[in-house]
Design a protein around this ligand. Sequence first.
Ligand code: AMP
Ligand code: MG
Length: 402
Amino acid sequence: MDSVDTYLAAALTAIRPLSPRQLSLADADGAVLAGDVTAQWPLPPFDNSAMDGYAVLAGDVETATAGAPVILPVSGEVAAGDTGRRDLAAGSCIKIMTGALLPAGADAVVPVELTDGGTQRVAISRAVAAGDSIRRAGGDARPGDLLLPAGTRLGPVQLGLLAASGHGSVGARPRPRVTVISAGNELAQPGQPLAPGQIWESNSWMLAAAARQAGCDASRHPVVKDNRDGLLAAVRNAIAGADLLITSGGVSMGGEHDVVKAALSGLGTVSFRKVAMQPGMPQGFGLVGAAGTPIFTLPGNPVSAFVSFWIFVAPALRVLQDLSPKRPTPLHAVLTAPLRSPPDKRSFLRGVLDHDAGTVAPVSGQSSHQLAALARANALIIVPERVTGLAPGDAVDVLELP
Ligand code: AMP
Ligand code: MG
């Protein structure tokens, strides 16, 4: 039997990061930068007003008070997007909107709130200092400044910054494309009636959603029967559009019914192992097809499939984007109820973590088919291989579920 760490390390070593590509901003959400992005232009690109108000020479309004306002003629108006040059003559002002190009000669903006809002002439009731309410060119970033370092995953703010700094595309590793193939004669489509002996298929929905949560584009292949040729055809068919494949089911010890094992043994580098964990003991991994596409064959019990995804597949998906596969360090919590765990296996038990109290309560229903119990949990309690029992009050490591 492989340990969890040995099995994971072997899989991760085999996986090569995706090649970086020039991605349009529309495709860059969730991509990971392949190189540093530096500012090519000043941000903001020109001196502009931070307020709606009046562009002035600060010296012209230095005596202004509420009791004795300074009155200035308004010589024009400039709005955001006006591109023509405007010059401010001393002793006058120009009405200006937020984001508008600062007129040449102006050195401050008086916010409209400090005026009577006049259009021909304006009464200004407070002095301002040179530079007030002006956003200087390059005040946020100057050409050559590092905006985003290589290895950054592009989220909302990063995409906003790329756009604001004029980048229409970016060199990055795209979101990995993941295809999930569920196999099993007993699997029926949710929403359809069940015949005796059938269950509703859940793993492909769960695993595709988990892959999306892990930052991928994920799709579900139509469910395949326990049929060797059908499964091989599904894998061949999915390879073209996927950077990583996940199968569910068909990897236990049941012989001919374990179709994934039967069909994929010997395909590419796929090998099947027993991993010293609970749930999730039967696992398979390898590279298949001309491009060496990684495939993880997860066990069919829903909780086993889910735990296997987070322990093995999620780190592999990070490697595809050249990110560190290391997961966050487990949190420590105090157990509220006793636990049992098989010897020589690492258990990932389902629990409810209470951050404020620093406690974790095992949910009732720890069997690997109990998806409703998993849904009540927000964390996995990790019980090390050598530990077979824990008591209330014992400290345990927990992985928070995303
Ligand atoms: P297997 O790994 O194929 O031996 O399946 C183990 C258990 O998981 C059996 O009870 C299956 O019915 C169940 N199972 C397998 N695949 C799925 C699936 N896609 N959705 C829900 N349950 C499944
Ligand atoms: Mg099966």
